[in-house]
Ligand binder design. Sequence first.
Ligand SMILES: Nc1ncnc2c1ncn2[C@@H]1O[C@H](COP(=O)(O)OP(=O)(O)OP(=O)(O)O)[C@@H](O)[C@H]1O
Ligand SMILES: [Mg+2]
Length: 366
Amino acid sequence: MASRPSTTAARRTSELSALGAAILDALPISLYVTDRRLRIVAWNSLREQGPIGKPRERVLGRHLRHVVPPRGYKVTLPVIRKVLEQGIPHEHFTETQDGSRLFHARRLPVRQHGKVSHVLSWFEDITERRAMEMRLIASDRLAYLGQLVAGVAHEVSNPLAGISGCAEVLASLAQKAPKAADRKEARSFQQLIRSEVARCERIVRSLLDAARPDPGTRADLRSTVGTALRLLERHPAFARVRVVSRMPKGLVARVDPDSLKQVVMALASNAARAMPTGGTLTLRGHRQRGQVVLDVMDTGPGVPVSLRSRIFEPYFTTHPESGTGLGLAIARSLVRGRGGDLVYRPRGRPGGSFRVILRAAGGEAL
Ligand SMILES: Nc1ncnc2c1ncn2[C@@H]1O[C@H](COP(=O)(O)OP(=O)(O)OP(=O)(O)O)[C@@H](O)[C@H]1O
Ligand SMILES: [Mg+2]
């Protein structure tokens, strides 16, 4: 009879410890617990998975030294010792060896009877969260850049109007010059100033328009891509690049031709830069499930896997000496602002491969 309460207490204790172990297994965090002698006393199910995962029965009761790789042990040992001695949590960020996953690592003191008895090592995979934070920072920067550009464009229109007025006055003064040759030269300069001012005004207008997408406009892919390529083909960077354009007739997208031209030029100039010793740039348009798709492919080395999540970030460039790193960021925001998307789309074989996805506008004549 006397043994009853202690049996109940023992049952409760074992129920509680089973619940504790089940809770550790339910956590979306990889963790283990070491005692003061650095023996593993808990190893949750996430630590059993993945390329470096180990089955629980092979690690429980063993010294940490025999469980984690030697390099990791060398770094971990002083940290765990410090947490055991001082009872202060420790945290840092760490990456997998191939750099593909990022973890928030915490070492937390566990206290029993007022003394640190164990250390809980906790590893939270924050790869996706960090990528989202980076995307937010990128879109913030772009929004700021957009406002800046629109502001500059707006302010530049006033001095432009002033310059063009001054040019008219100068021209009428020059007409009074005694020599015919001087009058002729003045006229030609007046023409030059007029045409350059008109060009600046067009640029300013297009910058302001870019900030305000017009859903009503449409572009025929064959003619718009054709114009962009004609402009590029004369550029020295394309001297060794063979351009193949496969654009079916009647492919019309909901995008203004100027923006589409800018996107094509950004993608094509990147492709040319990726093929300095020559290669082929292929542009292929087609319709797919109510959308217009434009693939831009090159025979260069392609974008390394480790950089693919970063190339659309504003200011990200692997050519700091010549590039701004804004080409893809602006191209993507132009396309997204018009209800489409721009993505890197690796193929089975090597080479850069980008896909522009646009809303289809039907095949009506433009
Ligand atoms: N076709 C491609 N092949 C290989 N890498 C590419 C390709 N296109 C883009 N990249 C990579 O993406 C990065 C970002 O491209 P983005 O166009 O935004 O900037 P950039 O070309 O470096 O500079 P800018 O466009 O201002 O000249 C490039 O620096 C390059 O590393
Ligand atoms: Mg570029």
